[in-house]
Design a protein around this ligand. Structure first.
Ligand SMILES: [Zn+2]
Length: 309
């Protein structure tokens, strides 16, 4: 892989993600980038679309600011997949052009551009920094900015979706989070933030067959929302386990509501997964990128291949 993706740790930013997406689209005109919304600070939330098949696959990463390493996993996958399509090669164990013809992949590498920029010291605006610092100051036990997961307004973007949002609010109130915070604040209402609204609307417009949401910590695959029975979801999760070595688990009750996967399953009754990649303290060090990529390459290819109806 060329140097494009891996400057030093603090080199990561939403600008970097945009640059990579633009470069890929220039190099491979059969891919296209679509800006589906803007962050609180006006940064683009951009999806890369690859493929022309009937199967619609949505993979998003970094709802959580300090989990931005997963953005690099998706960018790297995009680069390798596009290169393989271009030269009629193989990705993981699949002929790339066959994948391209059978599935359309919608890849959203960075749901939370402002938060990732905050964590990586890429925000210069003093007023914005001061406001975030004030929010963080109320939670001295959470390292700042490394422990920041929320968007720039202190709303946790993966607690924003209309699937048990009130329960999530009650659960988080119980641990004392009822206002903007580095993590765990559900927002004033469901879908109050432009980033989660963009993902929500894009999902409604595209009627996906399957979704994967990338997070970090634990090497675990979550596949359920409440007891909703989704055809083939467990089978697919077990297939993901086989190719990644990750475990398949039920979500702990306290974090089991208002996430993207929860809403996707509730709304569409189709397979939606949360992948908790890697292990350690967030943000995970870049040194883990190769291993995380290796573990997840099979999952990403399987997501394009699996059929669920
Ligand atoms: Zn997360």
């Amino acid at each position: 892989m060329d140097g494009l993706f891996f400057q030093n740790k603090r080199g990561f930013s939403s600008y970097h993600v945009e640059n990579v997406l633009n470069t890929l689209c220039e190099k491979y005109p059969f891919a296209r980038a679509e800006t589906i919304g803007r962050s609180v600070l006006g940064r683009p939330v951009t999806v890369l679309v690859i493929g022309e098949g009937a199967r619609r696959v949505f993979v998003n990463a970094a709802h959580h600011a300090n989990e931005w390493i997963t953005s690099l996993v998706l960018l790297r996958f995009a680069a390798e997949y596009l290169a393989a399509v271009d030269k009629d090669g193989v990705i993981y164990d699949a002929p790339a052009r066959a994948l391209y013809r059978s599935a359309t992949l919608h890849l959203l590498p960075l749901v939370n551009p402002d938060g990732a920029d905050l964590v990586n010291g890429q925000i210069q605006d003093e007023a914005v920094l001061k406001r975030a610092g004030r929010i963080a100051g109320r939670y001295p036990h959470i390292p700042f900015p490394d422990g920041w997961k929320a968007n720039i307004r202190g709303v946790d973007l993966n607690l924003q979706y209309p699937a048990g949002w009130e329960i999530a609010r009650a659960n988080k109130a119980e641990i004392g989070v009822v206002s903007p915070a580095p993590r765990d604040f559900v927002g004033p209402c469901a879908l109050s933030e432009p980033e989660s609204i963009a993902v929500f609307n894009y999902t409604l417009e595209n009627n996906f067959d399957i979704t994967l949401s990338y997070h970090t910590q634990g090497k675990v695959i979550y596949w359920k929302y409440l007891d909703i029975d989704v055809k083939n979801a467990l089978e697919i999760a077990l297939e993901f386990k086989k190719v990644s070595g990750y475990e398949v688990e039920d979500v702990p009750y306290a974090s089991g509501f208002a996430g993207y996967k929860d809403w996707f399953i509730k709304r569409f009754r189709r397979p939606g997964f949360t992948i908790e990649a890697g292990e350690g303290v967030s943000p995970l060090p870049l040194e883990q990128l190769d291993e995380i990529y290796k573990n997840n390459l099979g999952i990403l290819v399987r997501a394009l291949l699996c059929t669920n109806h």
